[in-house]
Design a protein around this ligand. Structure first.
Ligand SMILES: NCc1cccc(Nc2n[nH]c3ncnc(Nc4cccc(O)c4)c23)c1
Length: 232
C-alpha cells in the first residue's frame, strides 16, 4: 500500500496473508470459515507450490495471540483466469480445517447484487504489500481509503484504454495506491467486499493508471458452486 497508514490492529479481522516459505506473497480475505478469496495471478511464479494462509495477524513476524497459519487443502483459480490479462483474476483457497473465529478472525461478507458501486464512493483497501517505490515490505498491515472512479473515466485512452470490463472496477491511484503484494486483498465499501485487488499494469501510485479490482458480484455463482461442491 503506497501512501496509506498502519492499520489499527485487528480492525480488519478478515485479512489473510498468503505465504510461501514464511514469506508474504499476496493478500486475501476470509469469505467463509474454511474459504479464503484472493487473486489467481498470485499463483504465478510459485511454480506449483501451495500457499499457507496466515489469519488473525497484524504484524507478519511478531507473536500475536490470535495469529495462526493454516494449511491449504485446495487452491482453485477461476477457469477463465490466465497470465495474459486481468480477466477472472480470482483464486479460492480451501483451508485444511475451519478457521477458529474470534475478535481477530472474522468472515467478511461480499456483495451479491451485481450493480456498480457509485463513483466517488470512498472504499477501504488493505495489505502487507510494498509501501514505497523502492519496494519496502512492511511488517504490519497497512490500509488506505480511496474513491471509486467510473468505468468510463478508468477506460479513457489515457488511462486503461478500454480494458476495464463490466466485471472490473477502479479507484483513484494518485500517490495513494495498491502495490506489489496487495493483490488478492478486498476493496471494502460500506462494510461489504465489492472487489479483489488485481495488479493490472503493475504500476503503483500513478494517477494515469488507476487501481483495478475484480468485482465480486459477477462471480457469486462460481464462488457458491465451488464452496458447495467441496463442502467437507
Ligand atoms: N496499483 C496497482 C497494483 C496492484 C497490485 C500490485 C501492483 N504491482 C505489482 N504487482 N506485481 C509486481 N511485481 C513487481 N513490481 C510491481 N510493481 C511495482 C513495484 C515497485 C515499484 C513500483 O512503482 C511498482 C508489481 C500494482
Amino acid at each position: 500500500i503506497l501512501g496509506g497508514r498502519k492499520a489499527d490492529p485487528h480492525v480488519m479481522p478478515y485479512m489473510a496473508s498468503l505465504q510461501l516459505d514464511g514469506q508474504h506473497v499476496c493478500g486475501g480475505f476470509l469469505i467463509a470459515e474454511q474459504w479464503v478469496l484472493s487473486a489467481a495471478h498470485c499463483t504465478e511464479e510459485t511454480d506449483g507450490k501451495i500457499f499457507q494462509v496466515l489469519l488473525g495477524a497484524h504484524s507478519l513476524t511478531k507473536p500475536e495471540p490470535h495469529k495462526r497459519l493454516y494449511r491449504v487443502r485446495a487452491q482453485i483459480p477461476h477457469p477463465g483466469s490466465n497470465i495474459h490479462n486481468n480477466k477472472d483474476d480470482l483464486l479460492l483457497l480451501q483451508l485444511e480445517e475451519k478457521a477458529e473465529l474470534n475478535e481477530h478472525v472474522q468472515v467478511l461478507p461480499f456483495q451479491r447484487e451485481d450493480r456498480d458501486v457509485a463513483a466517488d464512493t470512498v472504499c477501504k483497501v488493505a495489505g502487507w504489500g510494498t509501501t514505497s517505490h523502492s519496494g519496502h515490505r512492511p511488517d504490519e498491515l497497512h490500509s488506505l481509503e480511496r474513491p471509486v472512479i467510473s468505468r468510463d473515466v478508468c477506460n479513457h485512452r489515457t488511462r486503461h484504454d478500454h480494458t476495464i470490463t463490466e466485471k472490473m472496477m477502479c479507484t483513484d491511484s494518485r500517490k495513494k495506491d495498491t502495490c506489489k503484494g496487495d493483490s488478492g486483498g478486498p476493496l471494502v465499501c460500506n462494510g461489504v467486499a465489492e472487489g479483489v485487488v488485481t495488479a493490472g499494469s503493475r504500476v503503483c501510485g500513478n494517477y494515469k493508471k488507476p487501481a483495478i479490482y475484480t468485482r465480486i458480484a459477477p462471480y457469486v455463482a462460481w464462488i457458491d458452486s465451488v464452496m458447495a461442491s467441496a463442502a467437507g
